[in-house]
Design a protein around this ligand. Structure first.
Ligand code: NAD
Length: 351
């Protein structure tokens, strides 16, 4: 990846850039491109800005290349003024509430952020884009980052593709599905040049330790039970976050307006096999008296728990040349190693 990808773009607005994937995207764009980055985030419980600040310092990145804006997309109507002030050439929209379990406990914030927040951003973007000169209009892109969960649950066979029907089953996935529909509608109705990508489960450094992989590492390191829903047979298609970032950069720079791509790592694993892999990596990297797998404990299943997600990524591979660079096991080792070296980071999140 290099700056050839954004030679026609100068300014990128990233929403949700204080989150796990948004942070990884910003770090990559700061390192590898000349783009000026505007990071818009409400700073919720999962947010972290230090990872970007630390990179700016360690890599001597010019302060002029990065600006953070604290902003809540669902509460603040001033988004239009803000976009007119920034004048972005490109928007990556990642801001969303993202944890399924939280959406079951309290769906309202998901409806507000993921649906109303997306609507506010789309409308402001449309008005801004309509006022751009034709040359700029053509180059502008609004890239909406979504999930495979909008397609519902698979049985033991088959894969999600760009043609799969929407069948969301949790408040989180329903809110993301609604946002996808809005984005597509703004393309078909108003001509807004949107790109939509639906990605499988991500993992990697800086993921808030409530999601399966970082939660398991955190609990294991504290010698506490590692929770596993039911018998651990639910299947997810895991993708290392850096591979997702490659896909986002390729799609934002090369895809035609109105394109939709499914992104996954052909990395299907049952939850129990993911937990066992984490435990055996920890046995090697941080040995203890009893194997870590003894800490795995079944807990009552998540209501409406989707059985299986699996993605067929052949379209983005064929059309944009994307392919994951990391094997699941290697990326998991990198991730476990990162959490071992950054245990303070996880602790702070729960302080
Ligand atoms: P995250 O929870 O780590 O980060 C989301 C960020 O969005 C947070 O910093 C939060 O403060 C911000 N945000 C939420 N609502 C906002 C609002 N109303 N206004 C401004 N900022 C707001 O999530 P993540 O894992 O980085 O996911 C990012 C995006 O990628 C989400 O849209 C998610 O649906 C999508 N996605 C995630 C995964 C995954 O496995 N994590 C997979 C596919 C797609």
């Amino acid at each position: 990846m290099n700056n050839l990808f954004f030679k026609d773009h100068k300014k990128a607005l990233i929403t949700g850039g204080a989150g796990f994937i948004g942070g990884a995207l910003i770090r990559r764009l700061l390192k590898d491109t000349e783009l000026k980055i505007f990071n818009l985030d409400k700073l919720g419980y999962a947010s972290d800005l230090k990872n970007i600040e630390n990179l700016i310092k360690s890599d001597n990145i010019s302060r002029d290349k990065y600006e953070f804006i604290k902003f809540n997309l669902c509460e603040d109507k001033k988004i239009h003024d803000l976009i007119n002030k920034i004048k972005p050439d490109l928007i990556f929209h990642l801001a969303a509430e993202s944890h399924v379990d939280r959406s079951i406990e309290g769906p309202e914030v998901f409806i507000n952020s993921n649906i109303n927040g997306t609507f506010n951003l789309l409308e402001a973007t449309r008005l801004y884009w309509e006022g751009l000169p034709e040359k700029k209009q053509k180059k502008f892109r609004f890239h909406h980052i979504s999930t495979d969960e909008v397609f519902g649950s698979l049985s033991t066979k088959g894969f999600f593709t760009e043609n799969s029907n929407y069948a969301p089953r949790s408040p989180y996935s329903a809110s993301k599905a609604a946002s996808d529909h809005l984005v597509n509608a703004w393309h078909h109705t108003y001509g807004l040049p949107v790109i939509l990508t639906n990605c499988s489960n991500n993992f990697g450094p800086f993921q808030y330790p409530e999601k399966l992989i970082p939660l398991a590492i955190r609990m294991a390191l504290r010698g506490l039970p590692i929770p596993m829903y039911a018998n651990g047979q639910n299947v997810r298609d895991w993708l290392f976050v850096e591979d997702h970032i490659d896909a986002l950069i390729l799609a934002a720079s090369l895809a035609k307006p109105g394109s939709n791509y499914c992104v996954g790592g052909f990395g299907e694993r049952t939850n129990i096999s993911v937990l066992l892999s984490i435990c055996s990596i920890l046995d090697e990297m941080r040995p203890r008296k009893n194997p870590y797998k003894n800490l795995i404990q079944s807990v009552s299943d998540r209501p409406g728990h989707d059985k299986r997600y699996a993605i067929d990524s052949s379209l983005i591979q064929k059309e944009l040349g994307w392919t994951p660079n990391y094997k699941f096991e290697d990326a998991l080792k990198i991730t476990v190693d990162w959490y071992l070296r950054n245990s303070e980071w996880s602790k702070e999140k729960f302080a």
